[in-house]
Design a binder for this molecule. Structure first.
Ligand code: ZN
Length: 380
């Protein structure tokens, strides 16, 4: 028998565990490869003069700066998408099918990719147009203006995402289970929050994985339960999963998360301002408003998010523990909480006990084994 499995585990988990490890190792490998490809494309665009060439082509098509920027973004986005496509396919389609986790057809995957490009392309175009207009209008204080506007936009997006973005990708309908709805609304009342409805999320069209969320901000705050969760979990297990989500609300994690994002955004724009002022003359750009420097902006953003990854994940794991502690006190039985974690791990092929370094760098949640051990020893 393998020695990877802690004492006291059932034998059937040994096989499972090797399969799970392979799934996660491959996923991480593809993720890191994707990151390196993105990095290589940005460095190549910046240092080979291709970004300059794209800007020259764009300005040749139109002398209006906003339109030239839009053309540049279209060309830039096309290169990024095409180079990244093989790895996106391997990670998003092939890997999930190989491990029997996906219900998505190839046509469905392509459709989702196109929708993703349309949504993220629109947001990227709006953001870039505003950014370069701000640099032109306020050469000294643009970074502060941009940080303020982008932070406001994050809050707006958190509010609008469940009604505007989520339905583009998934079918959602009001849940038809009065007993469960009453149970979950009771949980919301005890957590001191108001939710505008409980919804069933048709995830089974795409995936075998189970999920649930407390989504939205203010007047769009809602409970969303995947049909894959509803099909496999007893009502008290669904309640346990949601009690954890309400734990995030009680401890104000959603607002703290947005505040953290705001802080990182402000720091990021300040660093950008300093780095652009420093490197623009050396890299041969025509001033900091020259949009051929976009790869440099993205490189700074990538470096910042890479440095902050373990910090953000460490903070997230601490928040998850607080939410678990709240959940265990908010529901009648800890058995339902533990069995919901067991089921989630089994259905989603979760890594129950990742290597400590892997957990430290990549995981926003404590491992399933740690969460179950915590649930067993917490005095309720
Ligand atoms: Zn959580």
């Amino acid at each position: 028998m393998s020695n990877e499995v802690p004492a006291g585990r059932h034998d059937e988990r040994v096989e499972d565990s090797k399969r799970v490890k392979r799934y996660h190792r491959t996923g991480r490998l593809l993720g890191v490869a994707g990151f390196l490809v993105d990095l290589a494309v940005l460095l190549a665009l910046l240092f080979t003069g291709w970004s300059d060439a794209l800007r020259t082509v764009a300005l040749h098509c139109s002398t209006r700066l906003w339109l030239a920027l839009l053309i540049y973004l279209g060309l830039f986005g096309m290169i990024n998408q095409l180079v990244g496509l093989p790895l996106d396919f391997l990670r998003g389609f092939w890997l999930e099918h190989r491990y029997g986790l996906s219900n998505l057809t190839l046509a469905g995957w392509v459709k989702d990719q196109l929708k993703g490009v349309a949504v993220s392309g629109t947001l990227a175009a709006l953001g870039s147009e505003f950014l370069y207009a701000a640099i032109r209008h306020w050469p000294e204080t643009w970074w502060l203006v941009c940080a303020g506007v982008f932070i406001g936009f994050f809050f707006l997006l958190a509010n609008l995402a469940p009604v505007l973005i989520f339905p583009i990708f998934f079918k959602v309908k009001p849940l038809e289970n009065p007993a469960l709805i009453e149970r979950l609304l009771g949980l919301a009342r005890r957590a001191g929050t108001r939710v505008r409805g409980v919804f069933e999320w048709k995830l089974s069209e795409k995936s075998k994985k189970a999920n649930a969320a407390l989504m939205g901000l203010g007047n769009t705050r809602r409970i969303i339960l995947s049909d894959t969760l509803l099909a496999n979990f007893r009502d008290e297990e669904v309640e346990a999963v949601l009690a954890h989500e309400f734990g995030h609300h009680v401890h104000r994690h959603i607002v703290h998360g947005l505040a953290l994002e705001a802080g990182v955004t402000l720091l990021g724009f300040y660093l950008l301002h300093r780095i652009l002022d420093w490197l623009t003359p050396q890299l041969g750009f025509q001033g900091i408003a020259d949009f051929a420097n976009l790869p440099l902006l993205l490189l700074v953003a990538m470096a910042l998010s890479l440095i902050l990854l373990p910090v953000v994940n460490g903070r997230s794991r601490a928040m998850e523990r607080q939410a678990d502690a709240y959940a265990l006190r908010a529901i009648p039985s800890r058995d339902a909480f533990i069995s919901s974690l067991e089921k989630l791990a089994a259905i989603n092929l979760a890594e129950r006990l990742p290597h400590p370094w892997i957990e430290f760098i990549f995981h926003g949640h404590p491992s399933t084994e740690k969460r179950i051990a915590f649930a067993r020893r917490l005095p309720v």
